[in-house]
Design a protein around this ligand. Structure first.
Ligand code: UD1
Length: 423
């Protein structure tokens, strides 16, 4: 298993290009199953999660070709010949459940293994299932698989209110509704930019959708969808992560492709911490002046609130703030696994349930630490950038699920970071 070694202390200067969003790409790829015609995605990120989704779609008979070293994905659901998403693939990535809605809508049947993914809490899929049930799907859970069947005339439109906001369940229901008979109204829908991106892609394919980006999405089902080309939206989590790099270790970095509306609530917290963010023609420029950052309190919430996927990285920043910060995790239980690792680097953190209290220390110290999930791994790298001495982050396969060429991007702006190949 590969490790990453970071030597802290150098301020960062330069530009970092931000890739297309992993989570948006993982949602639009299964949309290819909804049509017989080709779907081309541009601005795709080159990540192991995208390869896992590729493998999954191919196992269903879809064609997926990676062009331009993976930045363009050519997909076709023309020869769909299997409706079973096997455990061996699904266990690697929770987003695999996103094939359920499209398969059910297009083929009338789907057998999908219950997912694995990051170990950040129970993460059930009941909301996905309930939304599809409202559209007439008959569901049966057997031996770790969801066996789903559409009624004889196919799925029908429905009014469904999500009891809590779920990104994935909104995506599954949205895709299924595009081919359902009649109108579907999704209430208390997720408003994340990845939902807007998916709706835009589906609309390009001929779907009739209104209200994406608000909590009520209305979908008028159609008989068939056609081919399309769609650019994947910028990754707001990668953006926020790299914005934190100069915030943590000083300097000035321009994140190319960054847009303020993707990271509004996050930027408010950076501002409160004393980090300067400026919109430029090409992206967002972040600068940290001398001195310690201010402590700030953070509560994670669905979009447009502070994203849970930036909580670990924000904690890395607050470890060296002046004063005490309280971080409240409201989306996932058990998402503070990075805290004990940060403490190995000298951070002072107390975790009680879903709340972490971070008392800033003057300096972190390099240590051997272990990546426990995707966002936790990158938070340890960020902390390593600010720490005195060398930090070795092991088990970085989590990192490769969500960050492309992290060591290249950071060393290009002056960080001392290298990957050590493991067996
Ligand atoms: C997506 C993102 C993930 C991000 C999360 C929240 C992808 C591939 N992943 O995950 O990076 O952290 O949104 O912004 O896009 N829940 C249920 N039942 C369900 C579904 C969810 O109880 O059927 C709960 C979850 O356990 C969690 C909360 O709802 O507590 C939000 O989860 P959800 O928005 O569904 O996250 P994902 O779509 O899995």
């Amino acid at each position: 298993m590969d490790s990453i070694i970071v030597t802290g202390g150098s301020p960062l200067h330069g530009q970092i290009p931000i890739a297309g969003a992993k989570n948006a790409c993982l949602a639009v790829m299964p949309a290819a199953l909804l049509s017989e015609e080709p779907l081309t995605l541009t601005n795709a990120p080159r990540l192991s999660d995208i390869r896992t989704m590729t493998e999954l779609l191919q196992s269903l008979g879809a064609e997926v070709t990676h062009l331009q070293s993976g930045q363009v994905l050519a997909l076709s659901g023309h020869d769909l010949n299997n409706v079973t998403a096997d455990y061996e693939i699904v266990r690697k990535m929770r987003a695999s459940i996103l094939v359920l809605g499209p398969l059910l809508a297009r083929a009338g049947r789907a057998v999908v293994s219950l997912p694995g993914g990051c170990a950040i809490g129970a993460r059930p899929v009941d909301l996905h299932l309930r939304a599809l049930e409202a559209m007439g799907a008959e569901l049966d859970l057997r031996e770790g698989y969801v066996h789903a069947k559409a009624p004889p005339g196919g799925l029908h439109g429905a009014e469904f209110e999500f009891p809590m906001v779920s990104v994935g369940a909104t995506e599954n229901a949205l895709m299924a509704a595009t081919l359902a008979k009649g109108t579907t109204v999704l209430k208390n829908a997720a408003r994340e930019p990845e939902i807007v991106d998916l709706a835009q892609c589906l609309r390009q394919m001929g779907a009739k959708i209104e209200g994406e980006g608000t909590s009520t999405i209305t979908i008028e089902g159609t008989d068939r969808l056609h081919g399309a080309t769609h650019p994947v939206v910028v990754d707001r989590i990668e953006l926020g992560t790299y914005m934190l790099a100069p915030a943590i270790c000083g300097g000035e970095v321009e994140c190319l492709g960054g847009r303020m509306e993707l990271v509004g609530s996050f930027c408010e917290k950076l501002d409160a911490a004393g980090i300067h963010v400026e919109e430029t023609e090409r992206g967002l420029k972040v600068a940290r002046r001398n001195g310690r950052v201010n402590a700030v309190n953070v509560v994670t919430e669905p979009f447009p609130g502070f994203p849970t996927d930036l909580q670990a990285q924000m904690m890395a920043l607050l470890c060296t703030a002046e004063g005490t910060s309280v971080l409240e995790e409201r989306i996932f239980e058990n998402r503070f696994m990075h805290a004990p690792e940060l403490m190995r680097m000298g951070a002072s953190i107390e975790v009680h349930g879903g709340t972490a209290t971070v008392t800033g220390v003057e300096r972190l110290k390099g240590a051997r630490v272990m990546a426990t999930d995707l966002r936790a791994s990158v938070s340890l790298i960020l902390a390593g950038l600010a720490a005195e001495g060398e930090t070795l982050v092991s088990r970085v396969y989590h990192l490769d699920r969500g960050y492309e060429r992290v060591e290249e991007k950071l060393s290009a702006v002056g960080a001392t970071i290298e990957r050590v190949k493991g067996e």
